[in-house]
Write a new protein. Sequence first.
Length: 214
Amino acid sequence: MKRVNSCVKSDEHVLEELETEGERQLKSLLQHQLDTSVSIEECVSKKESFAPGTMYKPFGKEAAGTMTLSQFQTLHEKDQETASLRELGLNETEILIWKSHVSGEKRARLRATPEAIQNRLQDIEERISERQRILCLPQRFAKSKQLTRREMEIENSLFQGADRHSFLKALYYQGKERTSNSIPNDDWTNEGAGFYHFSQYRNSMASIASSKWI
């Protein structure tokens, strides 16, 4: 999109290139990656947070043999439930405790005092609630720029209907209007970066690699 610069004479109109906030952020990320003057100390000083690894158990052994379709579906649902609990960082003992609590069954394998089991259940519930809270948060890059409501309105009005790459919108977002009673909650962006689809970031960098900025 081109814009005529009104600061010059009428016979010397200069076309000025308009640039979206997403394009600015993408160029900034590209320049940061191409910067070879970064020292090891600077790389080590950066704090990165990633989702913890989980143990993967392939589904198949339990389904071996002859069974009906309903039995297989029930077994598969239980396996998915167990896998989701593993993603929360629960070990096999904690999974057994949680399943026993949900189903109301008493397992003889749980050789622990009721107080200890109750404390473990409370810890598991807190971890599940925290996981659900993180999943409800909007997904974006840790380096995405926060815009004010006014800046976002200008961005939308300038480039409404223009042929722009949609993935660039992931590089900026509109921040919430803070009040005196609101608490800043921007720290989650550093920890929630791993929840954003890496494929969009990869595609954006591949797109800019062949553009005029290089």
